[in-house]
Ligand binder design. Structure first.
Ligand code: X2X
Length: 336
């Protein structure tokens, strides 16, 4: 039998790269992917995504390792979308409205007061409207997972005065996410909207660059926005969800069976996350009040009427086009 000394083995290894490859520890992942998102670690999106990542590792025998980066740690939403497109980040959850800077139709679920309840939201997003948006996303080098994650119905908060009627929004300095639909909607209300990424919202409120903002209860809570705001007006003015996006090359690089595990686990996690948000919607009011927010009831019909009179629905119907608008209306009924 040929006896190879350690020194000889090393020199052979140096000459033959294959030997070096074989020496890789058995547990090293073949695919190490980064998943970015903008919510805090206490938000259900982070909790469920982290669980899914652990299940993917287990289900792929360690071949696929996804590290979840919360709180915009890898950059603002706008930055991270660029990183996702270049492949520097492989997975990312993003509001369809912000994604609309790349895929215009992705903003369509943000049309003011479009969905009367969650039944309609999921009927549309798990059905014809979601399919339409996903296929447009697919044309831009990105992959949209089947199940959208919930952000929620959005409510307006203010540090200066309670917003009770649409008139109270006139001239109001409000932060909106970076998206033409958000800017357009608050311009239609006569407000003075400023586009700011979520990573900067707490400090923008704290330093009074803006007087208010709008977000679902779970974000107001997990982002501790109650520390820098006084009033919360229950407006439910739009429903917003997160698309879980993948860089298409990165998703397609996965072996078929591993890709199936990733899709299955993250879609399951998305559905669980929706239930978590529903649970929080039912319980957060008391917690936020204890945190110092005064809740203000509004008449959503008056806000909707203001948008209508400002020509908001006609304008956006024109922008989205008859096909997309008709797809939305096929689920929710006539809007304009
Ligand atoms: O930026 C926001 O306000 C947030 C967290 O709701 C979104 O991701 C759109």
């Amino acid at each position: 039998m040929l006896k190879i000394t350690r020194r000889a083995a090393l020199s052979v290894g140096a000459a033959l790269p294959l030997v070096a490859i074989n020496r890789r520890p058995a547990h090293a992942a073949e695919f190490t992917y980064k998943m970015a998102h903008n919510t805090a670690v206490t938000h259900p999106l982070h909790i469920r995504a982290s669980e899914a990542a652990a299940k993917v590792k287990e289900g792929t025998s360690g071949r696929v390792e996804i590290t979840v980066f919360p709180s915009s740690q890898l950059g603002s939403d706008t930055d991270t979308l660029s990183q996702l497109r270049s492949g520097a980040v492989e997975m990312f959850t993003l509001s369809g409205l912000i994604l609309s800077t790349l895929v215009p139709v992705a903003a369509i679920n943000g049309i003011g007061f479009a969905f009367k309840d969650y039944g309609k939201v999921w009927e549309a997003m798990d059905g014809v409207l979601g399919q339409l948006v996903r296929s447009e996303i697919g044309k831009r080098g990105l992959y949209a997972f089947e199940k959208q994650w919930d952000n929620g119905y959005r409510q307006i908060t203010s540090a200066t005065k309670p917003i009770k009627t649409p008139e109270d929004l006139k001239g109001f300095k409000i932060r909106v996410p970076v998206s033409p639909l958000w800017t357009g909607m608050f311009t239609a209300f006569g407000s003075s909207p400023t586009s700011i990424n979520f990573s900067e919202v707490y400090s923008a409120l704290q330093t009074h660059i803006v007087d208010g903002q709008e977000n679902p209860l779970a974000i107001i809570d997990s982002g501790k926005l109650y520390e820098v705001q006084k009033y919360l007006s229950v407006t439910n003015h739009m429903w917003d969800g997160f698309w879980l996006l993948g860089n298409k090359r990165a998703i397609e690089a996965l072996p078929v069976a591993d890709r199936l595990v990733v899709e299955t686990e993250f879609n399951k996690a998305g559905v669980l996350q929706r239930a978590d948000i529903a649970q929080l919607n039912a319980t957060l009011k008391g917690k936020l009040q204890a945190g110092g927010l005064t809740f203000v009831d509004t008449d959503p019909a008056a806000f909707r009427e203001t948008l209508k009179r400002a020509g908001f629905y006609n304008e956006w119907k024109g922008k989205f086009g008859d096909h997309a608008w008709g797809t939305l209306e096929s689920v929710v009924g006539a809007l304009s």
